[in-house]
Design a protein around this ligand. Structure first.
Ligand code: FO1
Length: 317
């Protein structure tokens, strides 16, 4: 990334986040990038600690992710799950045979007293991931989706109920008492730039912002702060972001996303399909930048990451 020094702090959750994280890892050397990941989706299944967004980022950076699903491992089998089902265990959350090894190892490390940050470092080492991947916090924060049926734990809403219950918002249990992980804390103090990946703002980014002190520190962050909109042409590329916006009575557009980032973002990247919205984004006090943000192929991820890095270097477009 030219002569720029210092790290870019990327905030990510879910599949869209992992895609841009991979692009950034293709463009920036390990000493210039730290990827901080949402852990509000974490859950315990069969006595094992599962950290879906951390795993999605790790597997994506390791080149092991299932490209169709976006989560889990490519070429996965589910024999252990079938066996669990024979024993009457609930199997609505699809844990693959090889994926289970990740959760077994993480759980063992946590039981030995290691932090989630340390466990993640060890898992990344095993997978050959060279860029720093860290949880948002080592404390327990759990996303609860506020639905017309009441509060639902994130995976219950997302996987078991397929995002069907009408949502009114989300709460992040434990967030008030939580603190940023050591890598996040350090990056908030020393990174030269900050990028919000195109992740669901309510379910993937808000939990990161809810960690103790994080929102205030990002408000006060002195380097450039950039957001890539996860809403393209009035729809979410995947996941329930657009459905949730509708249910919460907000227009489904990149402008609604931008409104949520007021005071936290200087540069707002939107897709060509949304070029008509640049003036509304300017009116929110952010500099709009238009490019292709749809990341199907690896070259799209790298191209978007290059665009982001140029903006963060002050090169503009
Ligand atoms: N998502 C699903 O839609 N169905 C699943 O059965 C499922 C299993 C799963 C197992 C391991 C893992 O790391 C992720 C998994 N996910 C599954 C994805 C995950 O629930 C969501 O993608 C994230 O939490 C949202 O960002």
């Amino acid at each position: 990334m030219g002569a720029a020094s210092g790290k870019v702090l990327a905030l990510a959750g879910g599949v869209g986040g992992a895609k841009l994280a991979l692009g950034l890892a293709n463009v920036l050397p390990p000493e210039q990038l730290v990827i901080v990941v949402n852990t509000g989706d974490d859950e315990e299944f069969h006595g094992l600690r599962v950290s879906p967004d951390l795993d999605t980022v790790m597997y994506t950076l390791a080149g092991l992710a299932n490209p169709e699903a976006g989560w889990g491992l490519a070429g996965e089998s589910f024999e252990a799950l079938k066996m669990l089902s024979r024993y009457g265990a609930p199997t609505w959350f699809n844990l693959g045979d090889r994926d289970l090894a990740t959760h077994i190892r993480r759980t063992e490390l946590l039981r030995q007293g290691r932090s989630l940050s340390e466990a993640t470092r060890e898992l990344c080492r095993g997978l050959g991931v060279q860029h720093a991947v860290a949880p948002m916090t080592d404390d327990k924060v759990r996303t609860m989706v506020d639905t017309v049926e009441g509060l639902l734990p994130f995976q219950e809403y997302f996987v078991r109920r397929r995002c069907e219950p009408q949502a009114r918002g989300a709460r992040f249990h434990g967030a008030d008492a939580s603190k940023p992980s050591p890598a996040f804390d350090e990056a908030l103090g020393s990174a030269r730039a900050l990028a919000f990946c195109p992740s669901n703002p309510f379910l993937s980014i808000d939990p990161i912002l809810a960690v103790g002190g994080v929102r205030e520190r990002i408000r006060a962050f002195t380097g450039p702060r950039l957001v890539v909109s996860p809403i393209v042409g009035g729809e979410a590329l995947r996941g329930p972001a657009a459905k949730m916006m509708r249910e919460m009575g907000r227009p489904v557009s990149c402008v609604s996303v931008a409104e949520g980032y007021a005071g936290l973002c200087d540069l707002f990247v939107i897709d060509q399909a949304d070029a008509a919205h640049v003036d509304e984004i300017k009116a929110l006090g952010m500099a709009p930048h238009v490019t292709n943000t749809v990341m199907n192929a690896d070259r799209d991820k790298t191209a978007l990451a290059r665009f982001v890095c140029r903006l963060l270097e002050g090169g503009g477009q």
